[in-house]
Design a protein around this ligand. Structure first.
Ligand code: SAH
Length: 457
């Protein structure tokens, strides 16, 4: 896959400064999916061309995913796709961000530029290609390719050799390519996850809001995931209406920010996994799994045979699914949407249930329903449950006094409150319980997280 960028702005070799790549050198950068090479086929005062040659390794793409040979035979190594966007963001990051110490004025100046893409898949044809680039001011030359020269009857392919010409800043050109190449390709993207909305909005800044095809661009860029698209559209329109999923995401970040200085989340996950292994539990159901922090760790571990995550939030499960999909295939993970306050057959048959930072999200009057669902009906041999220790909150520098760690927390307990509750539940449903601190232990306040490990008698 080849992208060339040419300028006739004089001195044209300034392109080297703008791209932060010296015209006399050939440079090569390893990427997770192959190799990017940058070189200048021409570098004169009146005309200079930089080339980005992307050598996508088809074997790397499928390695570890347990897929068949069919996956090796694809157009991915040869066409402009989201891989090219990732490569642009990595090897031209400074230029994409519009920074250049040597020529700060030129960065801001529209200069004559021609971008040529050797093979660009255009789902939607040349018409759609024009709909995307013409409103941004480009003149376009597109040369279509027939599917097979030996069989002209088969007609046109979706592949075009495309030349885009405009007087524009280099950073705008790169931003347009970054966003619109995956939009045209419209294949399953290499990326699309949590950070994609943020990237789309960042690289779309200044032009996407005004683009007549804005909605299609967002839809396709975000892999047609309706919820992500809705969030992005809402953010673009700066709607005041809070999206419930977005609120949940922000809150999760809030809690993480409060607890971050201690990397408490990591310590919590380590402690939970250690407790599960200590009990010899191999089949695990993670109740209130959220975005799959623990699931990922369990899936990567290799010790566990069966892993299931349950959550009431569809959005959280979608994110968990995406994150798990990106892991090299190890133990598969099943995700179930469900409420923990309703009896559910799907929760039975596990060695252990984990309930990590979840009970404090339940309304206190619903807690007894949850107790019955878990301890009476699901009845795993082991239950590992964690919850914040409210006594410790005074030690978080960025948590105002009296505030709970998360807007959605209905309560947070002292060590005594938690232990009383746990012992009572244990007695009622025939479980013994032991307690362990997680995180740094303060001699007076205890640890930031408290963990109860229940064992069925
Ligand atoms: N265990 C995860 C997430 C904790 S946040 C972690 O440690 O990262 C609490 C999670 O509980 C949220 O994802 C929320 O959607 C879920 N939750 C809250 N009430 C629930 C209920 N009644 N049934 C199922 N899940 C619930």
């Amino acid at each position: 896959m080849l992208l060339t960028i040419t300028t006739t702005h004089q001195p044209a070799t300034d392109l080297g400064y703008l791209l932060h790549k010296h015209p006399e050198r050939c440079q090569s950068f390893p990427l997770s999916f192959g190799q990017a090479h940058i070189f200048y086929p021409e570098a004169a005062v009146d005309r200079c061309t930089a080339a980005l040659l992307l050598d996508v390794d088809p074997v790397k793409l499928v390695r570890g995913r347990g897929k068949t040979l069919v996956q090796y035979v694809s157009d991915r190594p040869y066409v402009a796709s989201s891989f090219l966007s990732v490569a642009i963001a990595q090897v031209f990051s400074t230029a994409l961000g519009g920074r250049c110490k040597e020529l700060p004025e030129l960065v801001q100046t529209p200069i004559p530029l021609i971008a040529k893409l050797s093979v660009l898949p255009c789902r939607g044809g040349e018409g759609f290609l024009r709909q995307l680039f013409e409103p941004l001011g480009y003149s376009i030359t597109a040369q279509g390719h027939i599917l097979d020269e030996q069989f002209p009857d088969w007609g046109q392919s979706q592949y075009y050799t495309v030349e885009l010409q405009h007087t524009i800043t280099l950073s705008d050109l790169l931003s347009h390519l970054y966003v619109l190449i995956p939009v045209l390709d419209d294949d399953k993207h290499y990326f699309v996850g949590d950070g994609e909305i943020e990237k789309l909005l960042r690289h779309g800044e200044g032009w996407l809001t005004k683009h007549p095809a804005q909605e299609q661009i967002i839809k396709r860029y975000l892999k047609r995931q309706s919820k992500l698209t809705r969030i992005a559209l809402a953010q673009l329109a700066e709607e005041d209406e809070p999206d419930p999923d977005k609120v949940a995401e922000q809150q999760a970040e809030e809690e993480a920010a409060v607890e971050k200085p201690l990397s408490l989340n990591q310590q919590r996950l380590d402690a939970v996994v250690a407790a599960l292994k200590h009990k010899g539990a191999k089949k695990i159901v993670d109740l209130g799994c959220g975005q799959g922090n623990l699931l990922k760790k369990l899936a990567k571990d290799g010790y566990f045979h069966k892993i299931t995550g349950v959550d009431i939030s569809y959005r959280a499960l979608e994110i968990a699914d995406e994150r798990l999909e990106r892991l090299p295939s190890l133990q598969s993970v099943q995700l179930i949407q469900g409420a923990l306050t309703y009896k559910d057959k799907r929760l039975t048959g596990y060695d252990a249930a984990t309930v990590i930072e979840v009970i404090e999200h339940l309304d206190l009057p619903r807690l007894s329903a949850f107790e019955r669902v878990l301890f009476e009906f699901a009845q795993p041999q082991t239950i590992v449950l964690t919850t914040p220790n409210i006594e410790y909150n005074v030690k978080f520098p960025n948590l105002p006094p009296g505030k709970l760690r998360h807007q959605d927390h209905r309560f947070e307990w002292t060590r005594e409150e938690f232990q009383n509750w746990a012992k009572e539940v244990g007695e009622k449903f025939s479980y013994t319980v032991e307690f362990q601190p997680i995180g740094d232990v303060d001699s007076e306040l205890g640890s930031p997280t408290q963990m109860g490990i229940f064992s069925r008698q």
